[in-house]
Every structure is written in C-alpha cells, then in structure tokens.
Design a protein around this ligand. Sequence first.
Ligand SMILES: *[C@@H]1O[C@H](CO)[C@@H](O)[C@H](O)[C@H]1NC(C)=O
Ligand SMILES: *[C@@H]1O[C@H](CO)[C@@H](O)[C@H](O)[C@H]1NC(C)=O
Ligand SMILES: *[C@@H]1O[C@H](CO)[C@@H](O)[C@H](O)[C@H]1NC(C)=O
Ligand SMILES: *[C@@H]1O[C@H](CO)[C@@H](O)[C@H](O)[C@H]1NC(C)=O
Ligand SMILES: *[C@@H]1O[C@H](CO)[C@@H](O)[C@H](O)[C@H]1NC(C)=O
Ligand SMILES: *[C@@H]1O[C@H](CO)[C@@H](O)[C@H](O)[C@H]1NC(C)=O
Ligand SMILES: *[C@@H]1O[C@H](CO)[C@@H](O)[C@H](O)[C@H]1NC(C)=O
Ligand SMILES: *[C@@H]1O[C@H](CO)[C@@H](O)[C@H](O)[C@H]1NC(C)=O
Ligand SMILES: *[C@@H]1O[C@H](CO)[C@@H](O)[C@H](O)[C@H]1NC(C)=O
Ligand SMILES: *[C@@H]1O[C@H](CO)[C@@H](O)[C@H](O)[C@H]1NC(C)=O
Ligand SMILES: *[C@@H]1O[C@H](CO)[C@@H](O)[C@H](O)[C@H]1NC(C)=O
Ligand SMILES: *[C@@H]1O[C@H](CO)[C@@H](O)[C@H](O)[C@H]1NC(C)=O
Length: 578
Amino acid sequence: MASPGDHRWLVVCLTVLTFAVANGAEIFLEWHVAIDTTIRPVSVDQPVITINGMFPGPLINATTNDNVHVNVFNDMDEPLLITWNGIQQRLNSWQDGVAGTNCPIQPGTNWTYVFQAKDQIGTFFYFPSINFQKAGGGFGPIRVNNRDVILVPFGKPEAEFDLLIGDWYQRSYKDVRSMMNTELLAYYSPPDMMLMNGKGPYMNPLAKAHESFTVTQGKMYRLRISNVGIAWSFNFRIQNHRMVVVETEGSYTNQITVDSLDVHVGQSYSVLVTADQNATDYYMVATPKMTNASNTSTLVGIGILHYENSTTPANGPLPSGPDPFDRDFSINQAKSIRWNLTTGAARPNPQGTFNVSNVTISQTFILQGSTAEIDGTPSYTVNNVSYLTPDTPLKLADFFANGSGVYQLDTFPVDSVNNGTVRGTFVATGNHRGWLQIVFKNNLDVMDAWHLDGFGFYVVGFGDGNWAPELNSTYNLYESRCSLHCSGGWTAVYSYLDNPGMWNLRSQQLKNWYLGEELYVRVYDADPNPAKERPPPGNLLLCGKFQPPPLPPPPPSPSEPSTAPPPRSSAPPPQISW
Ligand SMILES: *[C@@H]1O[C@H](CO)[C@@H](O)[C@H](O)[C@H]1NC(C)=O
Ligand SMILES: *[C@@H]1O[C@H](CO)[C@@H](O)[C@H](O)[C@H]1NC(C)=O
Ligand SMILES: *[C@@H]1O[C@H](CO)[C@@H](O)[C@H](O)[C@H]1NC(C)=O
Ligand SMILES: *[C@@H]1O[C@H](CO)[C@@H](O)[C@H](O)[C@H]1NC(C)=O
Ligand SMILES: *[C@@H]1O[C@H](CO)[C@@H](O)[C@H](O)[C@H]1NC(C)=O
Ligand SMILES: *[C@@H]1O[C@H](CO)[C@@H](O)[C@H](O)[C@H]1NC(C)=O
Ligand SMILES: *[C@@H]1O[C@H](CO)[C@@H](O)[C@H](O)[C@H]1NC(C)=O
Ligand SMILES: *[C@@H]1O[C@H](CO)[C@@H](O)[C@H](O)[C@H]1NC(C)=O
Ligand SMILES: *[C@@H]1O[C@H](CO)[C@@H](O)[C@H](O)[C@H]1NC(C)=O
Ligand SMILES: *[C@@H]1O[C@H](CO)[C@@H](O)[C@H](O)[C@H]1NC(C)=O
Ligand SMILES: *[C@@H]1O[C@H](CO)[C@@H](O)[C@H](O)[C@H]1NC(C)=O
Ligand SMILES: *[C@@H]1O[C@H](CO)[C@@H](O)[C@H](O)[C@H]1NC(C)=O
C-alpha cells in the first residue's frame, strides 16, 4: 500500500490528530506492567503479572465514545501486548494489541494505545495477548457505561462489582508455556485453582485471601462477571440469591432470572442481585464445567456476599448447580438469553433496529478446531491448519508491502477441512460490507469459545450433529456477543463486516490459541480515505521486516578517520516522517 516516499503517508499522519479529538471524553491512564513474585495468590512463589502493582489490573471505566489513552510501560522481562477483548476498535485495528496487528512493546519501553469505545456499551476485560502471559495475570475489567442521554433498561444499582473469575496454575506461567511443547501438557494440562478477582477459595488453606462484596439489605447490585481463565467454563451462583441477567458483552438482554449462570472462557455478563435475604454472609461459587470437582476442591471458586453488619459467617452446603456434564443445560441457557430488541444501548434507537433474519449472506466460513502433531510439535488447528505467527505483524506487512512475503491471502480452506495438516500464515478475506456467516463445529471434547475481534456476532443457530445450509430455516436471533461456546455440535453466527482492518479470529482457550487455533480475517477497503480506515498511529512501532531506520552514526571523533560503511538493513527502511 504505502511505500517509502509515498506522499499519501504524510497526509495520513496529519489526520491522526484530527481523529484523536473526536467526541467523547479523553481518559488518560499510565500503566506499569511488571512481574511480582510476592503476590502469591495460591501461597506459592510464582510470577504474577501486575499493573501498577495490582492483580487483577485496574478498572477502565469509560462511557460510550470516550477515547482511552493507555500508556503501557513494559517493566517485565519479555515483550508484551495487551488486547481489549470486546472493544471493537472501529476502523482502527492498529490498536487491537494482538500479534497480527502490533509489534510487541519491548521490555524497558513504553507504548501508548489510543482507542475509542465507539458506539459501544457493556462489560469487557483486557488481557495480555502474546507469550501465554494471560496465564500469569495482567487482566482487568472494562466497563463502558451508557451516555447520560440513553436510559439503561433497569433501575440504578446501589453499586457495581467487577468479578473476574478464572482458572489458574500453581506453576509459573513461563514453565507452563515451555511445557506446551510436550505433548502431554499441551493437550492435557488442567489448571489448579479457580480464582475470583485474583483470590483463592474462601477457607482454603492455599488461598491467602478470598473475595468478598459488602451489600446492604434491600439494595440491588450489578455484578459484572467475566471468565478470564485459561480453559474452563464455570457455573456461577450465589447461595439463596437469584440473579437477573441484563447484559452480555455489550448488548442488553431480555431480563431473565436464573439460579446459576454458565460463563465460558472470554465471556462477560452483567447480572442484578438484590440483597433480599437475612443479613448474614452467603457463598458465591464458580464450579468448573465438564469435570467432577468436589466442594472441597480448589477448582471450586468460593467468595462471600457479605451483608453489612453481618456477624454470621456463610454456612450450610455450597449452593448446588446443574450437573457439570449437562451440555444441554449450557445450550438451553444460552438459547434463553435473547436480545432486548426495544431498548437503546450505545445509541437511542432500539437494539432491534437491525433485523438479521432477512439478510443476504455474502460468505460462509465453516470452521472446526482440532489437535494435530505437526513437525513433531503439538498443535491446535482450524480446518487442519495451524497458524504460524510471523515476526512481522500482518497489519504492518499490509501497509508497507501489500502483505507480500509475510502471509498468504485466501489459500486458507474457509469452508472445508484441509486434507492433511499444515502450519502457515494464512489470511482469509472477509468481504467488506458483506454479511459473513460462520459455522463453528466442535469435535473436541471440551467447550471451545471463539472470538472475532472487530465485530460482534449475532448468534443465530445451535445444533447437534452436522450442519447443512438448509438448517438456516431453523435459525433464530439469540443474542449478540463477541464470543460463544460450542461443544459436540455447531453454532452459527452472522457478522456484518463493516469494519475494515486485520482481525483476529481465535479460540479463547488459551492453549489452543497459543498452539495455533486462530486465523486472521482481512476486511479491506481499497479507498485510502482515512474516514474508511484509520491510518497507522503516529507512534507506530516497527519490527520484523520493517525495522526502524538506524540511528545516525555518531560524529567521527577528530583523531580517527571514518572508514565504517553506512549501516545496511536487508529491507529498505520505511521513511518515518512524523
Ligand atoms: C465510572 O464512571 C461513571 C460515569 O462517569 C461514574 O458515574 C462512576 O462513578 C464511575 N465508577 C467508578 C468505579 O469509577
Ligand atoms: C512513553 O511515555 C512518555 C512519558 O509519559 C510519553 O511522553 C511517550 O509518548 C510514551 N511513548 C510512547 C511511544 O507512547
Ligand atoms: C431469617 O430470619 C428469621 C428471623 O430471625 C428466621 O425466622 C428465618 O428462618 C430466617 N430465614 C432464613 C432463610 O434463614
Ligand atoms: C464424575 O463423578 C461421577 C460420580 O462420582 C462418576 O460417575 C463419573 O464417572 C465421573 N466422571 C468423570 C469424567 O470423572
Ligand atoms: C450497620 O451498623 C452501623 C453502626 O452501628 C449502622 O450505622 C448502620 O445503619 C448499620 N447498617 C445496617 C444495614 O444495618
Ligand atoms: C461439602 O460436601 C459435604 C458432603 O456432601 C457436605 O457434608 C459439606 O457440608 C459440604 N461443604 C460445603 C462447604 O458445602
Ligand atoms: C427491554 O427494555 C425495555 C426498555 O427499553 C424495558 O422496559 C423492558 O422491560 C425490557 N424487556 C425485557 C424483557 O427485559
Ligand atoms: C427482506 O429484504 C428484502 C430486501 O432487502 C426486502 O425487499 C424484503 O421486504 C424483506 N422481507 C421482509 C419480510 O422483511
Ligand atoms: C425480522 O424479520 C422477519 C422477516 O424477515 C420477521 O418475521 C420478524 O418478525 C422480524 N423480527 C423482528 C424482531 O422485527
Ligand atoms: C488427500 O490426500 C491424499 C494424499 O495426498 C490423497 O491420496 C487423497 O486422495 C486426498 N483426499 C482428498 C479427499 O482429496
Ligand atoms: C486432517 O489432517 C489429518 C492428518 O493429516 C488427516 O488424517 C485428516 O484426514 C485430515 N482431515 C480431513 C477432513 O481431511
Ligand atoms: C438459506 O440458505 C439457502 C441456501 O442453502 C439460501 O438459498 C436461502 O436464501 C437462505 N435463507 C436465508 C433466510 O438466509
């Protein structure tokens, strides 16, 4: 696209400033990301990734259309990228913070992300996206609040609590990462504990602390629950209390009351809880799905809902939930969570303005996750293809060299399983402004959750057995979300590809993702008008094939003649004129 000396590049840089002052407030954050071995969440020495000393990291509390500037200082000993799970990075995949869009922030350096919560509301979270670091922490909550002019479809809660729940290894994430190259651990490496906001189960001797929320009798609270874990789905419930599901990843839902809620890796929900019981303490539990965990296992996350002034500790058995192996419970619950079509969200017009039941499908991807041994290393695949992360981000390659030499466009088998397993850097085209149907098939025996950066999914169908095109007659609009689960069957989603960029489509299961279960979808608009897709930011980092220009040589000292040849690099360095 742009080549050195291309004057469009200059125009593009000048427009950067104009965009930064779009509507919404400016939020400035400075984050120091470090490794701390004194946190000891499960009473063992292990590296924990903290942000400004906190684990989990600080809340990003934004309102629709706010611009968030996060100056990230990498004080760790390895490269870092942070991704903003669910923030759609409208027209701006440059800020997405995954290996295909950004050069990593090197240790000892800092880099400022600037992104807008454009036309979004809801509950999300951020996490480190490369090097398996999510298993070491570095995650934290994101709230995008309604603008004042748009009514929230429920009463104002007394308070809101962010509740990040996830499975956790007792080992160092670095050890787990290096063990991913051995077959046994790559395919079967169960985590050890379920943490709630970085804290272990109540009363467990291995837990240094437990999570507790204080409520006042008679008041209503909003819990923003996310599964920030590595592999396990969980079922969440609160002793003697029911929950009203109101929001999921940026969409208000029809309000349904549940006793317990299944949350798969990468998913986020808001529930309302009314403190309508006697003023004692109650258990909040998160039990893993698809495994037998007894109530004394560290795999059961346990926190406390504490009524103000209560002196009675939580007692009685832990609240029981559905059979963890009951797949139908999960599927039926997911089906029961529907969009509220009449409420406004990021905009005043109702969410249901967009009726997806009558859209023209432009492309269908049929994707199936699997495992394979490729060149002697354990791998996860999509359609028998395992993604190989190049040193050069795809987005950089696109900008400077039209992708050439870094990835292959459109050789990925989007609707069939490749005959034989391969590893490579394949990118699929998503038709700009077309409706993409994706059918996820899961033949793995675990829940798999998928996520497409840049877009929401409209979940339209679930089923067992094989998917066939005619099954679209059974579709129904369930919910809009950025990730979903499916196991032993298929899930069909629609996405409207109106957001040009390079977008990561991945398994949210950390080891599957790390070992190749991902691809990129390139949504391309040939028009260089920056209103269509934003130009690279002024602080664009270079790496891989596109190295920063060498520093000018120091002036020759007067006593020595300068004989050194000028520095050379294999690729001509891009001109950086900003
Ligand atoms: C988040 O922002 C909203 C809107 O500005 C404000 O009302 C609320 O108090 C903030 N919450 C926190 C925890 O900062
Ligand atoms: C690094 O931090 C400094 C000091 O806050 C800031 O001025 C600079 O813009 C940051 N660098 C990048 C690349 O964001
Ligand atoms: C609540 O407290 C009242 C009065 O102490 C008692 O009669 C009742 O059994 C309690 N309810 C529960 C569910 O514990
Ligand atoms: C789970 O526990 C039940 C009851 O103890 C047992 O029948 C079942 O085989 C167990 N399942 C697995 C996968 O361990
Ligand atoms: C808790 O105790 C304090 C001090 O006695 C009192 O002011 C407050 O009203 C009590 N709260 C409730 C909910 O009873
Ligand atoms: C755990 O299970 C045992 C046996 O079912 C039961 O006696 C005990 O009360 C339970 N403990 C909790 C905290 O639920
Ligand atoms: C949908 O949202 C509207 C507000 O626009 C609210 O009055 C209504 O109760 C909601 N419907 C359901 C089923 O939650
Ligand atoms: C479906 O869409 C087509 C073209 O967009 C339109 O002409 C037709 O009226 C729509 N049908 C329904 C039932 O909404
Ligand atoms: C969406 O359109 C279909 C026909 O295309 C119609 O049957 C359905 O009722 C519409 N749904 C809503 C919520 O308007
Ligand atoms: C798959 O590849 C093998 C070996 O190259 C070949 O024999 C076979 O016919 C291929 N199958 C299909 C369905 O293309
Ligand atoms: C996927 O690759 C494996 C290993 O080469 C092969 O055995 C299998 O048949 C392939 N799957 C399909 C559907 O072709
Ligand atoms: C369902 O798929 C068939 C192709 O198999 C297509 O002709 C039809 O238009 C689709 N219907 C809808 C509502 O998308």
